[in-house]
Design a protein around this ligand. Sequence first.
Ligand code: AKB
Length: 338
Amino acid sequence: MRKEIVLITGANGEMGHGLIAHLGETKKYSIVAMDVQPLDDSLRPYCERFIQGDILDLMLLGRLVSEFEIRTIYHLASILSTKAEYNPETAHRVNVEGTLNLLRLAVEQSSWQGRPVKFIYPSSIAAYGLPSVAAKEKAGKVKEADWCQPITMYGVNKLYCEHLGRYYTTNYRQLAADHNKFTVDFRSIRFPGLVSSVTIPTGGTSDYGPEMLHHAAQGIPYSCFVRPDSRLPFMVMPDAIKSLLMLEAVSREKLTQLVYNVTSFSPTALDFYNQVKNAFPKAVVTFEPDMARQAIVDSWPADVDDSMAARDWTWKPDYNEKRAFDEYLIPSIKARYS
Ligand code: AKB
């Protein structure tokens, strides 16, 4: 008998930390975690197994199929927007071919089990691409189907993988006699910039928010790479984890689409600074925009419309801006660095 598990790729990343700690605490699932980097010691007790390896390694994925019965895949591994621009082709391999490998693994598992494996895929506001700051200001809350012309390799990869997930769910092997028998149950969330009190993201373009905060808490000066008036949607990690778990749990019939926006609050970089300065009055932050990274932020929406998630699976964030800083970020970051 193969053991029933939940597979989490990108386990040592920002979201992996939050998800593993949360699922691990519930003790409801056996977790098999995967990452190219070693897993933090703090997460090991929550995992049935940790596999250090690459999602491009087909032999490794093949061994997983023979050993485990995978109920849900949280495919969190990816190369983020800024890092992806330094080597777009490598990013494409990891972000797209890696996702394709996992979708094929999910299909194989579904067919062994005679039921669709759930495939939970964090997409991003990087899937959007607004052509100018004026268009961004005018667009307001962007809906899932609008402005899908991303300007980064990461955004292109995310948008395409959403389509791949839809294809595997509804049209995979559409000419075969057994079409639609055991395909996957793909569900995706387009996340805004994420902020965690535990980890600092690496290689993203919304990183100025969390970087400013973590630098200030450690008394390290920070040079912010976007203009003070730059506005992006953000969300704290507990809400991000909550949304992933809600989307995983909802019954398929309730879902009217496979890709959903979620959001919490939309501060400018200056709003972020004001929150940080309020909590850490000695913080030294300067604004020195990097034009190339600024252009990426300018192409992402200032806000997204998450009414479809609210309607289909009762999504609502627990944290607005005030609660996020006062009740989650500031107290836990102070405790972390004290
Ligand atoms: C990034 O900046 O690349 C990510 C994202 C918005 O998906 N944080």
